[in-house]
Design a protein around this ligand. Structure first.
Ligand code: UD1
Length: 352
């Protein structure tokens, strides 16, 4: 059996690693790894491959950045000949980035079976590019691996046959479980004892100067009571410079490798983010998470976990930080199937 994995952006890498690893122990499975090159900086890509133990990609499509249409189209035109040449029995796509939908669309047109890992998540907000990617990928996929029950329900509501849906749990948590002991041994070099860990990269938060200015202002206020540590996505750094904004006293860092970031998360007093995956990682770690978004495609992190949606309301953010500092942070519990074995469940379904 010939399985081809397509990844492209930072949040894909921690999802593919456990599946690749679990399939390695099935001798009748031949695996091919395609990197689209959507993310290309060493600190957004190579370092994740090293730390997660992902083999070098068999093919790198080197598409780089562009508008959504350009990037998606480039991935499609460069991936099509690879799919034709390699003739996979199944192509696995991960998450909700442009590489996910582009590869799924190519395969659907070529009649190649597609499996979607992390299927069924919905924010119900179509202004988010990822929501479009999720909706389209799930309609095209032949096999849908969901992380949680809400995923199954969303897919059924959209008319997807139950026989195609498999609830396997959260693959991202597999990587966390594996590397947490190493992350906890990371040195605390130069870090304050208590800090708020911040990440921001959603276009809705960083591409508009007034919105980004107001978020930075709120973070500067938080920083008076609790040091803010802010590893910034390249997009966010570019926007701060472009809009002439001032991150003042915030500790702005370059993007961090997976293990280093996990170590920082596990010791944070609170995490403030607009990422999807970080909402899940904080829930697993039991660290309070304040999400700077109006909605989430990962509602289980709110219903069971430590996540609170603060939207873009600076008063709400400040109030929630005060609760954390007063020792009254939201408590959470672990969602079902977040046990480090989701990759193994996918491999068992695929290859026995
Ligand atoms: C993409 C995903 C998003 C995911 C995020 C994680 C889509 C639609 N979005 O967003 O879901 O949460 O990755 O990071 O697929 N850049 C660099 N170096 C890189 C990569 C990007 O400098 O290695 C800069 C470029 O200026 C680029 C910008 O970041 O234009 C945005 O990159 P892009 O891949 O378009 O989307 P992300 O914002 O990273």
């Amino acid at each position: 059996m010939n399985v081809l994995h397509v990844v492209g952006a930072r949040p894909n890498f921690m999802k593919v690693a456990p599946v690749l690893n679990a399939l390695k122990s099935r001798p009748h499975v031949v695996q091919t790894l395609v990197h689209t090159g959507q993310h290309y900086d060493a600190n957004m890509s190579d370092v994740f491959f090293e730390q997660l133990g992902i083999p070098a990609p068999d093919v790198n499509l080197a598409v780089g950045s562009g508008t959504h249409a350009q990037q998606t189209a480039d991935i499609m035109t460069r991936f099509e000949p690879i799919a034709l040449e390699r003739k996979p029995d199944l192509v696995l796509v991960y998450g909700d980035v442009n590489s996910t939908v582009a590869a799924a669309l190519v395969c659907a047109k070529l009649g190649i079976r597609v499996g979607h890992v992390e299927a069924g998540l919905r924010s119900f907000d179509r202004t988010m590019p990822e929501e479009i990617n999720r909706l389209v990928t799930d309609q095209l996929a032949d096999v849908l691996y969901t992380p949680s029950e809400d995923g199954d329900r969303n897919l059924q509501r959209e008319g997807i046959a139950s026989e195609k849906i498999f609830r396997v749990g959260n693959v991202m948590i597999d990587s966390l479980v594996k590397l947490l002991p190493l992350a906890q041994r990371q040195s605390r070099n130069g870090l304050p004892g208590r800090y708020a860990l911040v990440t921001l990269h959603r276009p809705a938060n960083v591409d508009d100067s007034a919105i980004l200015r107001s978020i930075l202002q709120s973070l500067l206020e938080v920083n008076r009571d609790l040091s803010v540590v802010f590893p910034a996505h390249p997009r966010t750094r570019q926007r701060i410079a472009e809009f002439g904004l001032n991150a003042g006293q915030l500790r702005v860092l370059d993007p961090l490798p997976y293990v280093d970031f996990l170590g920082l998360q596990s010791r944070a007093t609170v995490v403030i983010t607009d990422s999807g995956g970080i909402q899940e990682e904080t829930t697993y770690l039991g660290i309070p998470c304040l999400t700077v978004r109006e909605n989430t495609e990962r509602p289980i992190t709110v219903s069971l976990g430590t996540n609170v949606l603060v939207g873009r309301d600076p008063d709400k953010l400040r109030a929630e930080v005060s609760l954390v500092l007063a020792g009254n942070a939201k408590k959470g519990s672990l969602p079902p199937l977040w046990d480090g074995r989701a990759g193994e469940r996918i491999a068992a379904l695929l290859a026995g």
